[in-house]
Design a protein around this ligand. Structure first.
Ligand code: HEC
Ligand code: HEC
Ligand code: HEC
Ligand code: HEC
Ligand code: HEC
Ligand code: HEC
Ligand code: HEC
Ligand code: HEC
Ligand code: HEC
Length: 423
């Protein structure tokens, strides 16, 4: 079994020398190469000692692998001959060599199944197709990301571990280590503001402040191993992984085809890419801050419809707010309005549906949602008014009865005094 795995994935170097390091599934191997750890752990040079110290928490150590798994060599030799290239020692695996070192295990479904059948085995294939991989393989460019730039050697952990360099919260910093480094990126003429602008976005805020792990980081939009710029044609698909309804409406709209023809990047044309902010109604229409004004004027079809949509949504927001205001006032005054407040949620839903419908860029679709919301808001407002009127009526009634009672008491007191004086 071990032989057949090896046949498939050992590619470049000495098969015979590497064979003994393929471990049996699940069986701990700590004792197999004490020489590397014993000697390295006691070396005075941090560069050489740190790997031995860090390694015990690495996923590979936890699964029973040793130094030899990636570096080769002879673990049974106690001296420097342990690192004899004739005994399969590879030195520091770097650049394209990593594809073979890591791929030896990670590209073999048969091998990985013994440890974790759910783990993907396409990292090397995907990496080869990425911008990073192509630069490395075609141009020998070693400034691009390789396996060990995103996965810190001797500290590798599953992406679900908060201490992993590829845990969602840490990915931006991992990519940013290069992409925000102006010196490193200069030869490529790429901007270096992605990390900074991303960290201002609603996505980063949801992730880092609200702990919402469903918000995207760099790799959700660019791919983990297939890191590539989302080309204009598939920007909608990238966002549509999560914002499905928005993407469906946009896909069926007039804009979808026109934008593709003009080379305008779909969703990103209106929302940006790294710096995406909370969407508000101020994006809509032709006022300053409205995205429609970038391409439409007050006189063209799109401009007229943009202003129309804005008017509709504004009126819904105004009437919804006044209904809520009225009902909350009644609630503060101690009246029973929970049912009416519950029903008003229907208007809130219509408000959300209207904002989604904007993406069909069809006035009728927006009007349909707005009208539903207006009807619910209006009945909420009416309910609020009715309750407050009732409250007023009760208050007037109370005031009148109190006045009468006070007058009666005063009369009685007066009478008593009269009687006493006479007595
Ligand atoms: C007797 C001590 C000793 C043993 C045993 C030993 N090493 Fe080393 N190792 C060293 C020293 C010293 C260096 C630095 C050599 C140099 O800079 O030329 C080194 C360097 C390395 C390097 C870095 C090479 C580079 O290009 O920078 C790696 C990787 C390494 N050892 C891995 C191993 C592995 C794996 C084993 C076990 C199979 C092992 N070592 C066994 C002492 C040892
Ligand atoms: C899962 C693979 C893997 C395992 C297992 C592993 N290493 Fe490494 N190690 C690497 C990679 C990859 C590099 C190269 C990092 C680079 O050049 O950026 C490296 C680099 C090194 C270096 C050079 C460090 C430097 O900064 O120059 C030493 C020394 C080393 N490893 C020793 C060890 C020792 C000792 C063990 C066992 C305790 C071990 N490694 C286990 C992958 C591994
Ligand atoms: C000797 C085989 C072997 C080699 C070589 C190897 N790995 Fe692994 N790796 C594994 C196994 C087995 C696991 C554990 C999978 C599990 O149990 O989830 C693992 C886990 C991982 C994980 C965590 C994945 C997860 O979700 O559990 C990462 C990341 C990883 N390896 C990256 C690398 C990189 C990068 C290299 C090359 C520097 C490398 N590995 C070399 C066998 C290997
Ligand atoms: C540009 C950065 C980057 C590079 C280069 C990279 N990875 Fe990854 N890798 C990631 C990210 C991010 C994740 C986490 C994915 C997730 O959250 O599911 C990951 C996850 C993994 C996993 C866990 C299983 C999985 O696929 O989700 C393994 C194993 C792995 N990488 C191995 C490798 C190997 C082997 C290489 C080299 C061929 C490599 N990686 C190169 C960023 C990278
Ligand atoms: C070790 C440094 C390094 C790391 C880490 C790194 N990259 Fe890169 N990346 C580069 C370099 C250098 C290029 C330029 C290659 C080119 O354009 O030819 C590049 C190119 C890219 C491109 C293509 C840009 C374009 O339009 O040509 C994308 C997208 C990208 N990286 C995304 C990522 C993501 C996402 C991560 C993290 C998961 C990441 N990178 C991590 C160095 C890195
Ligand atoms: C919400 C999705 C999304 C996230 C998250 C994201 N990007 Fe992008 N990225 C894009 C889009 C869309 C483009 C531009 C594509 C176009 O205009 O054709 C882009 C372009 C790029 C480029 C090409 C150069 C440029 O700036 O136009 C690089 C490099 C890049 N992103 C890296 C990153 C890094 C690093 C991160 C994390 C800090 C990140 N991206 C996070 C969607 C995203
Ligand atoms: C032509 C400009 C434009 C394009 C293209 C566009 N949007 Fe929007 N988007 C808007 C406007 C305007 C709003 C705010 C509507 C409002 O608040 O009334 C908005 C709102 C949103 C919201 C917030 C809605 C809510 O209910 O909270 C999301 C999410 C969103 N868009 C995602 C997308 C996605 C994903 C795409 C691509 C499939 C996309 N948008 C394409 C203009 C656009
Ligand atoms: C991995 C999933 C994911 C991807 C991919 C993604 N988003 Fe988001 N997005 C979210 C989450 C989660 C939120 C925050 C919760 C919410 O408001 O829906 C959010 C929020 C937003 C908002 C603010 C919504 C509001 O209520 O104001 C906009 C606008 C937005 N995303 C647009 C985009 C665009 C454009 C893209 C593509 C370039 C994109 N998103 C890619 C998950 C994603
Ligand atoms: C990047 C430029 C661009 C932006 C931004 C943009 N549009 Fe358009 N829009 C166009 C183009 C170009 C057409 C013409 C399509 C055609 O005639 O097939 C168009 C057509 C339309 C139409 C159809 C007009 C008709 O006569 O039937 C509507 C409606 C529309 N846009 C609404 C909007 C709204 C609302 C916004 C803002 C949320 C917006 N557009 C933002 C470029 C844009």
């Amino acid at each position: 079994m071990r032989g057949s795995v090896a046949d498939r994935c050992f590619t470049v170097y000495a098969l015979a020398a590497l064979l003994p390091m393929a471990p049996h599934a699940g069986r701990a191997q700590e004792t197999q190469d004490p020489s590397c750890v014993a000697c390295h752990g006691s070396l005075p040079d941090d560069r050489l000692a740190t790997p031995a110290k860090l390694f015990p928490t690495d996923i590979h150590a936890q699964r029973g692998f040793t130094c030899v798994a990636c570096h080769g060599g002879d673990a049974s030799a106690a001296g420097f001959e342990a690192m004899d290239p004739a005994r399969g020692f590879l030195g520091r695996p770097r650049g394209r060599m990593l594809l073979d070192v890591c791929g030896r295990c990670h590209s073999s479904a048969e091998f990985m199944r013994r440890y974790n059948p759910a783990l993907r085995v396409d990292q090397v294939t995907e990496y080869r197709s990425s911008v990073h991989g192509q630069r490395l393989l075609q141009h020998g460019d070693t400034l691009v990301a390789t396996c060990s730039s995103c996965h810190r050697p001797h500290q590798m952990r599953p992406p679900s571990d908060p201490q992993s360099s590829v845990h969602p919260v840490n990915v931006a910093a991992t990519c940013g280590a290069c992409h925000a480094d102006a010196d490193r990126m200069r030869p490529y003429g790429l901007p270096t503001d992605q990390l900074e602008t991303y960290q201002r976005s609603v996505h980063w805020r949801m992730l880092s402040e609200e702990g919402d792990l469903s918000a995207p980081v760099c790799n959700d939009c660019h791919g983990n191993h297939g890191a590539a710029p989302p080309g204009v044609s598939w920007v909608g698909n990238v966002c549509g992984q999560c914002h499905t309804t928005m993407a469906e409406k946009f896909r069926d709209s007039r804009h979808a085809q026109t934008f593709a023809m003009l080379g305008v990047p779909g969703c990103a044309a209106c929302h940006g890419n790294h710096d995406i902010q909370d969407a508000t109604v101020s994006l809509l229409g032709l006022d300053s801050g409205a995205v429609c004004a970038n391409c439409h004027a007050a006189t063209d079809g799109g401009g007229l419809i943009a202003t129309g949509m804005r008017g509709l949504i504004d009126s819904l927001e105004t009437r919804f707010d006044s209904a809520r205001h009225q009902l909350e006032r009644a609630e503060r005054a101690g009246m029973e309005v929970s049912r009416a407040l519950f029903q008003l949620e229907g208007a809130q839903n219509a408000r959300i549906a209207a904002r989604t419908a904007v993406h069909s860029f069809d006035l009728i679709a927006v009007r349909r949602e707005v009208e539903t919301g207006l009807a619910v808001s209006d009945s909420g407002l009416a309910a609020g008014r009715r309750v407050l009127k009732e409250l007023n009526f009760r208050r007037t009634g109370l005031a009148v009865s109190v006045t009468i009672i006070v007058a009666l008491i005063a009369g009685v007191l007066l009478k008593i005094r009269q009687i006493e004086r006479r007595g």
